[in-house]
Write a protein that binds this ligand. Structure first.
Ligand code: AMP
Length: 618
């Protein structure tokens, strides 16, 4: 139950700080809270609807709109309209390259291993910044609707999100001015909304089937003592309701003997038929026949025909369920509950096939678009301590991490992670022949280590001399049930190893922990922009180092004029690095990268042709 307090001197009613639950989706996002009656409820900001399309449009003057308003620009101004950012969160260009044609906006590929950026006009945005803009819109809507400030949130992510994607989601929340209390798996939130897992004594294995507009995933969860463990996930990140629309669209093109190329060229007509196909699909969830026109093109289809068209796609999702069960080493008979999530689970054939496969009726009473956000709101309420009957797991109050280039905090165990906990990451050297690596361990929520609390520092000595980027240093954090943190560092190529132990909470009072959290949220905006600037600078410095070395070693493959020009561009990059302008730095990096790419390609071609002649180079 939310508490309300009255300020006796002013008479104003002050609601206790509300913690919201946010479903940050690929297509749509929404926000929910616990209403004064104690029930989860989605927030509908006056007439704007519940679902906020996860779309951002940038106007030429630099201003932007998020949500429904931005959706209209998908067709009118695709280059400046960003959608599906969630697919890019925490991803490198290497990860997304196979799907790059899917995005109508420009994704930057200056280094295949680093995280992607998106270029709109002259500015560069990271998926974190873009997700932050969507979260900010949600926060503002909630504040407007609830007439109170909203500063704390629980945000959901797919169960298959890795560390870097989860961290990116946290950062996006921070950027939007939200203190992200916990990142919760979407299937966990959906089960909570159905009351599954709320009783600490229950032990269950469940399946959560999530079919949205563009993605499908299934998760097998085991619930024990109020802990949700993901046993397996499976899915297809490019399968969803959009494919059903596409199937109807193709059917109409064939039925009416329309010229496919002509239709594709006429974007307005194409979009109109596509939208009509979606309308037909939705209608066929509750009726047997659909009949309409677009201009003078007949658009008719029966439910039977529709089901025939999508049968294979639905089968594909069932195969994923089968694979997930196999990975979890269980059979359908061991699944005790099935939960349906995502708008496309309203299609009757989907419900029928899923229930048939698991041999039980799936939970579908709660709106499948809202179930995740509602569950997230419940989780938020539990964290707020409003549901005393529910067991709260022992969690670590502050994030634990190490210092990386530029004095940045790299979180390894995030705050609120359950205890005991183990996590690790791989690092490498930045300088040729580096034989020692200083490992500084910090605790806190700020992006710069200097603002956090130092727990330990040690040197990993005796790394064999190798070129920069070669050594593989695994750093593992092991936080045991007593809250003791053990840090292990090992260089994998040589086996050199070092470890230390600390007690992170030693000497910290509850008030100090709270103050550290408050500081982090107060300084979030500044912190994240500083982090981005440092990352851009580090990337730039790395590029200067790499290109200079390349020119030094491979002068025979680059003409003197090219070398000269490259040096001039490098000089420009060095000058830009001295400024504090992140966008200018990224632009400069992009430029040097474009200029030097042919050199590297030439070198590769030479290497191939030389090796074909039976010789090797260097
Ligand atoms: P989500 O990504 O979870 O918001 O799901 C969006 C997808 O659900 C879109 O492909 C919608 O066309 C689809 N959808 C929404 N309502 C229905 C309905 N009544 N029947 C079938 N599909 C629907």
């Amino acid at each position: 139950m939310a508490k309300i307090s009255i300020n006796l001197s002013t008479g104003s009613v002050q609601k206790e700080d509300i913690i919201v639950g946010i479903d940050l989706g690929t297509t749509n996002s929404l926000i929910a809270f616990i209403n004064p009656e104690g029930n989860p409820q989605v927030i509908n900001d006056t007439g704007k609807g519940v679902l906020v399309p996860s779309i951002i449009h940038f106007h030429p003057d630099g201003s932007l709109v998020v949500g429904n308003e931005a959706k209209g620009f998908l067709v009118a101004d695709p280059q400046n309209t960003v959608f599906s950012v969630k697919r890019l969160l925490g991803r490198s260009y290497h990860d997304v390259e196979p799907h790059k044609d899917y995005f109508s906006y420009k994704i930057i590929d200056n280094d295949t291993e680093s995280l992607v950026k998106i270029k709109v006009g002259d500015a560069f945005y990271t998926p974190i910044e873009l997700s932050g803009l969507i979260l900010k819109e949600l926060k503002e809507r909630a504040e407007h609707a609830l007439k109170t400030s909203v500063n704390r949130a629980v945000i959901t992510v797919p169960a298959y999100f890795n560390d870097s994607q989860r961290q990116a989601t946290r950062d996006a929340g921070k950027l939007a001015g939200l203190d992200v209390l916990r990142i919760v798996n979407e299937p966990t939130a959906a089960s909570l909304a159905y009351g599954i897992g709320l009783n600490p004594d229950e032990e269950k294995t469940i399946a959560v089937y999530d079919l949205g507009g563009g993605t499908f995933d299934v998760s097998i969860l085991k619930i024990q003592n109020g802990i949700f463990e993901v046993l397996a996930t499976n899915g297809d990140t490019f399968l969803g309701g959009d494919d059903f629309d596409q199937a109807i669209l193709n059917y109409w093109i064939d039925e009416n003997k329309l010229d496919r190329n002509l239709i594709f060229k006429d974007q307005k007509l194409f979009q109109a038929i596509r939208l009509k196909a979606e309308e037909a699909k939705i209608a066929l969830s509750s009726q047997n026949i659909f009949n309409d026109f677009v201009n003078d093109i007949p658009c008719a289809i029966t439910k039977l025909k529709f089901e025939e068209l999508i049968a294979n796609k639905v089968k594909q999702t069932i195969m994923c369920c089968q694979n997930a069960l196999q990975d979890a080493s269980i059979t359908t008979s061991e699944i005790q509950e099935v939960v349906m999530v995502g708008g496309s689970t309203r299609t009757p054939l989907v419900k029928k096939e899923v229930s048939a496969f698991f041999n039980r009726t799936a939970h579908d009473q709660i709106n499948p678009d809202e179930v995740v956000a509602l569950g997230a709101a419940l989780q938020a309420d539990i964290l707020a301590g409003n549901r005393k009957d529910i067991l709260l797991l022992d969690v670590t109050p502050l994030s634990l991490g190490i210092e990386t280039m530029g004095g940045l905090m790299d979180v390894i165990i995030p705050r609120n992670a359950k205890v005991p906990s183990k996590a690790g990451r791989q690092y490498t050297t930045s300088i040729d022949g580096q034989v020692n690596m200083k490992i500084s361990v910090y605790q806190g929520e700020r992006d710069l280590v200097k603002e956090n609390r130092k727990l330990a520092e040690f040197d990993l000595k005796g790394i064999p001399s190798m070129p920069a980027g070669y050594p593989k240093v695994d750093i593992n954090f092991i936080l045991n049930a007593d809250g003791i943190l053990k840090i292990e560092a090992v260089e994998l190529r040589s086996g050199v190893k070092q470890e230390v132990q600390v007690k992170p909470t030693y000497g910290l009072t509850d008030q100090e922990v709270e103050q550290m959290l408050l500081d982090s949220i107060e300084n979030a905006k500044e912190d994240v922009s500083q982090r981005m600037l440092i990352e851009a600078r580090t990337e730039g410095e790395q590029m200067v180092y790499t290109v200079e070395r390349f020119l030094e070693k491979n002068s025979k493959y680059v003409s003197p004029r090219e070398t000269n020009d490259a040096m001039t561009h490098l000089e420009e990059l060095k000058q830009t690095l001295k400024t504090g302008d992140k966008d200018q730095i990224l632009k400069s990096i992009d430029f040097v990268n474009e200029f030097t790419r042919p050199f590297a390609e030439r070198l590769m071609d030479m290497a191939i042709s030389t090796s074909m002649r039976g010789k090797t180079i260097e």
